[in-house]
Write a protein that binds this ligand. Structure first.
Ligand code: MG
Length: 217
């Protein structure tokens, strides 16, 4: 399965899905981790992306599916060794998504020093809303968003609280991978992560992007 995004008449297939962990201090504290000295990076397969409106099925293994609402940026052009100051033109759009996590599985993997894929990269682990074109006029360091479940607010985030701002993340990743058009970056979640169970309806929204929802089954 491939997922494409449209912006201003331009359609682009998703290429890779980078994810940043531990990027908001309050969330780092709620999971009782040490503050990171540099971004924590992991990846999900492109096939894990789920457009808004589709039903997300809880994996048959694991007991604690949790929502992590995140701002997501879309890389629009190829680049490497980009400085944070240069990063703006490489960003084509911003969206909201959910970095779905099987927390119990992740905790077990962490305790054994094993990779996180079983807890982070499972089928349908990356619900994503529509992208808002980025032309430099949106303040990427003051982008507020909300996650609610069944109408109750669970997470209120603002990118101003990031430990590593979006343009710093683009720079960091570009020094390790050649960024390509269609690369997505899930930029980390604020505090308030919590459970999702069958029957729930998860919504992410912001003034700029509008609201996007997924049913959990
Ligand atoms: Mg996350």
């Amino acid at each position: 399965m491939s997922i494409s995004f449209s912006l201003g008449g331009r359609t682009m297939a998703a290429h890779r899905v980078f994810c940043i962990g531990r990027n908001y201090a309050e969330h780092v504290r709620e999971l009782a981790h040490a503050m990171p000295a540099e971004p924590t990076v992991f990846m999900k397969p492109v096939s894990s992306l789920v457009p808004a409106g589709e039903t997300v099925h809880v994996p048959p293994y694991g007991k604690q599916l949790q929502h992590e609402a995140e701002a997501v940026v879309w890389i629009g052009r190829e680049g490497r060794n980009i400085t944070a100051a240069q990063a703006g033109p490489y960003i084509a759009g911003i969206a909201l998504g959910l970095d779905l996590t099987l927390r119990d599985v992740q905790n077990e993997l962490k305790s054994q020093g094993l990779p996180w894929e079983l807890s982070k990269a499972f089928e349908q682990s990356a619900p994503i809303g529509s992208f808002l074109p980025y032309d430099g006029s949106i303040d990427l360091e003051d982008f507020a968003f909300v996650c609610s479940v069944n109408g109750a607010v669970r997470q209120r985030g603002n990118t101003k609280d990031m430990l590593f701002p979006i343009k710093t993340l683009v720079s960091f990743l570009s020094r390790r991978w050649t960024l390509k058009p269609g690369d997505l970056i899930f930029t980390g979640t604020p505090s308030g992560v919590g459970p999702l169970v069958p029957g729930d309806r998860a919504v992410v929204e912001s003034d700029l992007t509008g609201a996007f929802s997924w049913e959990i089954a």
